[in-house]
Design a binder for this molecule. Structure first.
Ligand SMILES: Nc1ncnc2c1ncn2[C@@H]1O[C@H](COP(=O)(O)OP(=O)(O)OP(=O)(O)O)[C@@H](O)[C@H]1O
Ligand SMILES: [Mg+2]
Length: 226
């Protein structure tokens, strides 16, 4: 489903070249929940950005659902990302001038799936995230956890095959974190969406079917529950 081969990313800075990802080979099966753990600066976000088609690798390949994504043209990659990949970042990146329901509907409008009931689906996803009463609220009127849940709903609007979540629950209270994770895991199980989660929470990582430990831009351990 997801496969990375000899993946590398280096950044050129004033201090010289930084090897953020230094040769990663990784396979994640369809429908799997995989956790990525590793210390700050170990290269997790850089890896996720390449897997999600957001940041071009310095070297290596990323295959998602049979497509070698970095060989696509920019337009095709943008369309692929919109249709097949959902992202949830650490900080909910909702557009402040749009209501929650508009934020969630937006990727489907951009994907021009004009025939479907996009707003009905956006409302359904927000309700599922416990935000039935917040459809018309603006992000500034919502708590951090509510914004994060809306960002998850937005990531799901186009039925992605792959959901990438980079510390989606950090800085939330424990109860909200548990509720958010329950939703992500329900999506993984019920819709068969492959879930990759970067987390510093070992208890969350331990529920995963695959745990990938990263240090210094490399995989130091790739454990699969049998
Ligand atoms: N745009 C950039 N330009 C230069 N260096 C970068 C850039 N982005 C990341 N780095 C460097 O690459 C390395 C890996 O960063 P990355 O953000 O992937 O780590 P991370 O594992 O996600 O860390 P954290 O847990 O703190 O989020 C770090 O040394 C970082 O300083
Ligand atoms: Mg990071």
């Amino acid at each position: 489903m997801l496969s990375c081969q000899a993946l590398r990313k280096s950044y050129v800075t004033e201090r010289g070249e930084v090897q953020a990802v230094a040769g990663i080979d990784l396979d994640v099966e369809k429908g799997c929940y995989a956790a990525i753990i590793g210390r700050s600066g170990s290269g997790k976000s850089s890896l996720m950005a390449m897997m999600g088609g957001l940041s071009r690798p310095t070297d290596g390949t990323v295959t998602v659902d049979g497509i070698d994504i970095w060989r696509l043209s920019d337009d095709k990659l943008a369309a692929f990302r919109n249709r097949r990949i959902g992202f949830v970042f650490q900080f909910a990146s909702l557009l402040p001038t749009l209501r929650l329901v508009d934020n969630v509907a937006l990727p489907a409008m951009l994907g021009r799936r004009g025939d479907a009931d996009i707003y009905g689906k956006a409302a359904m996803l927000l309700s599922r995230m416990g935000l039935r009463d917040h459809l018309d609220a603006y992000p500034s009127e919502c708590s951090a956890g509510e914004q994060r849940r809306a960002a998850i709903a937005r990531a799901l609007i186009n039925d992605p095959v792959l959901l990438l979540a980079d510390e989606p629950t950090s800085d939330l209270d424990e109860q909200t974190e548990i509720e958010l994770m329950d939703e992500l895991l329900a999506v993984n199980r019920e819709l068969g969406t492959t879930l990759l989660l970067v987390t510093h929470n070992l208890a969350l990582a331990e529920q995963a079917e695959q745990i990938v430990h990263i240090a210094g831009g490399q995989i130091v351990e790739d454990e699969r529950a049998s």
